[in-house]
Design a protein around this ligand. Structure first.
Ligand code: UDP
Length: 464
């Protein structure tokens, strides 16, 4: 018989692969006699970023690519989650087959699935395994999942004032426009999918969240009160990848940063798949130029859909879409790199003083871990919720205004950039972010809140 195993199931896409595997490494650290087997569903060929990352895994984690799924091209951002779920669901026969084979040759203690891979939770019952959902996101999002049927009644009520803030238990009140994208159309299939998914959180033995007590204390407290023990609620973050600079832009970014003054550079990036419209790309370019601040900008080709690069389908040279003469005019002020930068290293560099971010949760945590204050520019998924946490609750971010046509104009961008990088408001924000950085480091130290949560949990695996 082989070593005892834990089976792990991510969902397709770089940002649903890396967090669950980084979490797996933490599990292995506490359970050194275990082995982890990760079944990876994918849509088409997996992105090169994912393949490069998998090469860095220790030999105690085996990854098995499942046969790729073909999905119809659909760039509607409100159904991105459904597409990811669908791709996992289409992979279920392969997942079952792999799991059955694993259970026949090794003792498997548990199945840990990504939030969009909950369709596989039934297999845990079938093979008599402990089961967990890994939510690579915030406690506020988990609270929203648990609260969503109640909220559905509130939002559907004809007498509701749409300007009235939404109060998710334990969370900062938000405008309904800051609820995740599917909530912006209550008759959409994306919204129905969200409500459906929310039911899956009642199925497993526990839910891991990539957050920590000191970051979202009230939301975590409210969650414990709500679930009363089942499922177990485990804040285990911040879990971030250590990153790699293998990518061709990597060294160029870091060399350029080496030449800049401490905390002088604004890093601009919209995650692994966020894209702007051509008009917004122009405004951002002019806004950065107008601000006079140094910047390092990861540029993507513009698109009508905010998430069009999510599954890795990017072929055009993004730099050709910048305003005419921009690169020449700003060559002393900034560095523009196409598509990808070594974000972890960039945020950890002493020259980086701010992060204009789409507020994907990984980016949020990476910024917190490095103590870099944020300009919040949410695009899709639950990024507006994350922006509200940073701006209204933790007060470690500024958020530029959007005009009536949905555009953030160059003057507003320039004002916000200067506000963060130069002005008193920015200095206060920076101080608060520094405190969060310390809290984040403490949470994962041996006696820290997240470390304790995880070691108590794995105690129940030790009999294997
Ligand atoms: N990332 C990176 N370089 C880039 C863009 C993104 O290394 O140029 C990494 C980033 O460090 C983070 C992840 O990709 O770990 C993006 O995750 P996030 O949750 O912020 O956003 P998503 O990609 O899910 O929209």
């Amino acid at each position: 018989m082989e070593k005892p195993h834990i089976a792990v199931l991510p969902s397709p896409g770089f940002t649903h692969l890396v967090p669950i595997l980084e979490f797996s490494k933490r599990l292995l650290h506490l359970l050194p006699h275990f082995h982890i087997t990760c079944f990876i569903p994918s849509v088409g060929s997996p992105p090169s970023s994912s393949k490069a990352y998998l090469q860095t895994l220790p030999p105690t984690i085996t990854s098995i690519f499942l046969p790729p799924i073909t999905l119809e091209q659909n760039t509607d951002p409100s159904i991105l989650a459904l597409q990811i779920e669908l791709s996992v669901n289409l992979s279920l026969p392969y997942i079952r087959q792999e799991l059955e084979s694993l259970c026949s040759r090794a003792k498997v203690a548990a199945l840990v699935v990504d939030v969009f891979a909950h369709g596989a939770l039934d297999f845990a019952k079938e093979f008599n395994l402990l089961s967990y959902i890994y939510l690579p996101q915030s406690a506020m999002l988990l609270s929203l999942y648990f609260y969503s049927s109640k909220l559905d009644e509130i939002l559907s009520s004809e007498s509701r004032d749409p300007k009235e803030p939404i109060k998710i238990p334990g969370c900062v009140p938000i405008l309904s426009t800051d609820l995740p994208l599917p909530f912006q159309n209550l008759s959409s299939i994306g919204y129905k999918g969200f409500l459906e998914r929310s039911k899956s959180f009642h199925v497993p033995d526990g839910v891991f969240m990539n957050t920590f007590l000191e970051l979202e204390s009230e939301a975590i407290r409210a969650l414990h009160e709500h679930v009363k023990g089942k499922p177990g609620i485990y804040p285990v973050g911040p879990i971030i990848q250590m990153g790699s600079i293998d990518h061709e832009n990597g060294m160029e970014c870091l060399r350029w940063l080496d030449e800049q003054e401490p905390k002088s550079v604004l890093y601009v990036s919209f995650g692994s798949g966020g894209t702007l419209s051509q008009d917004q790309l122009n405004e951002l370019a002019f806004g950065l130029e107008l601000s006079g601040q140094k910047f390092l900008w990861v540029v993507r080709a513009p698109s009508g859909a905010v998430n069009s690069a999510y599954f890795g389908a990017e072929t055009k040279d993004p730099l050709q879409f910048l305003p005419q003469g921009f690169l020449e005019r700003t060559k002393q002020q900034g560095l523009v790199v196409p598509s990808w930068a070594p974000q972890i290293q960039v945020l950890g560099h002493s020259a980086t003083g701010g992060f204009l971010s789409h507020c994907g949760w990984n980016s949020v945590l990476e910024s917190v871990v490095q103590g870099v204050p944020v300009i919040a520019w949410p695009l899709f998924a639950e990024q507006s919720l994350n922006a509200a946490i940073l701006t209204d609750d933790l007060k470690v971010a500024l958020r530029p205004k959007v005009d009536h046509s949905g555009l953030t104009e160059r003057e507003e961008i320039s004002k916000t950039v200067r506000g963060l990088m130069e002005e008193k408001e920015g200095k206060e924000i920076r101080k608060r972010m520094e405190l969060l950085k310390i809290a984040a480091a403490n949470a994962i130290k041996e006696d820290g809140s997240s470390a304790k949560t995880l070691s108590e949990l794995v105690a129940s695996f030790k009999g294997f």
